[in-house]
Design a protein around this ligand. Structure first.
Ligand code: NDP
Length: 328
């Protein structure tokens, strides 16, 4: 069996998830983990070499696809164009507003080197983006809705941790059930930010911190919380570790529209996910797109792609013939 040789760059939540995902795909093998930290300090779960990221060029001919597992805020904007010079790459860049600029940077680097770079792979952006494009193309003139949760938002949890007096925190984004029901009914409601999601915060205070002041600082925080109905629960460190250690997430993409005389026939398309582990699931999507990147590169493709540019059959280990028989 021909194996796709995978490398992981960055061994955090997502990197650990990719290690599992590669094991779950029979046509892939993990050949190296690259890290910016001292290699000896990084301990993968399996027996795979850990290599300093600045030595990656030595692995140029030993890795078919490098899966980038760094953070979107500062790691990927630098790393994806840089490593596209050496390898075919896949990343999960999720800062939606900056995707066009990231695409341009990766496209230039990948084209110059003759590689394929697939960016913004995961569930949102990723599978949710596909659902939105299918919905838009089919139900023209309809309305799009995306709900996130119930699940942990890392960005919002980090924002709470920066509030003075906070020792640790987890933030859950929660869709408002009545809003979701209205959307699913095909009623095409107009919904404000506050009407779509609520935010639940579980906060461990530092000793002697003023709970009322912390709560006020959280619920009035611009961009993150002030436009939402936010509840703050103060809990102990033990409770946070016992009840809020995981990284679950979920979400719903809905497109509703109407056809026929005067729009008499309503249609609703829904795609939803419920994930026990956001990073492990995201890693599974990355693995499937790593296969696509490898195939595209083998066909001579060059430059940057997103999930919107890649035909679904490229994701599957099955042949076209098998897919037509089993899944069409
Ligand atoms: P982490 O914070 O766990 O890891 C990011 C990087 O931090 C690692 O790759 C690692 O790189 C570095 N790092 C430094 N110190 C440590 C340490 N002590 N332990 C672990 N890692 C360390 O982020 P996640 O893996 O949770 O998420 C990465 C990105 O994935 C997010 O920024 C998010 O944007 C994206 N994402 C996208 C999704 C989508 O649907 N598109 C869904 C979920 C996430 P190094 O080894 O080089 O030090």
């Amino acid at each position: 069996v021909f194996m796709i040789r995978i490398g992981i760059l960055g061994y955090g939540n997502l990197g650990r998830g990719v290690e599992y995902a590669v094991e779950a795909n029979e046509d892939m093998e993990l050949v190296a983990v690259f890290t910016r930290r001292a290699p000896a300090s990084v301990k993968p779960r399996t027996n795979v070499p850990v290599v300093a990221a600045d030595k990656a060029a030595e692995w140029k001919d030993k890795v078919d696809v490098l899966i980038l597992c760094g953070g979107s805020a500062t790691d990927l904007p630098k790393q994806t164009p840089e490593f596209a010079k050496l390898f075919n790459v896949v990343d999960s860049f999720d800062t939606h507003a900056n995707i066009p600029a990231h695409f341009a940077a990766v496209d230039a680097a990948a084209k110059a080197a003759g590689h394929v770079g697939v960016i913004s792979v995961g569930w949102d952006p990723g599978l949710f983006s596909l659902a939105r494009v299918y919905g838009n193309a089919v139900l023209t003139g309809g309305t799009d809705y995306t709900f996130w949760g119930r699940g942990v938002s890392q960005g919002h949890s980090d924002a709470i941790r920066r509030v003075p007096g906070v020792k640790d925190a987890k933030q859950y984004t929660v869709p408002v059930p009545a809003a979701l029901e209205a959307v699913r009914s095909g009623a095409n409601p107009t919904l404000s930010t506050r009407e779509k999601h609520t935010r639940e915060c579980y906060v461990v205070l530092e000793e002697g911190a003023d709970a009322a002041a912390v709560e006020k600082a959280i619920v009035t925080m611009p961009n993150y919380f002030s436009d939402y109905d936010t509840t703050v629960h103060f809990i102990s460190e033990e409770e946070l570790q016992r009840d809020h250690a995981g990284l679950p997430h979920a979400g719903f993409v809905v497109r509703s529209g109407a056809t026929g005389k005067g729009g008499e026939h309503k249609h609703v398309i829904e795609f939803n996910l419920k994930l026990d582990s956001n990073p492990e699931f995201t890693a599974c999507v990355l693995a499937a797109y790593a296969r696509a990147a490898h195939r595209l590169a083998s066909e001579g493709a060059k430059g940057c792609k997103t999930v919107l540019d890649i035909a679904p059959a490229y994701l599957s280990a099955k042949s076209g013939e098998e897919l037509r028989k089993a899944l069409l």
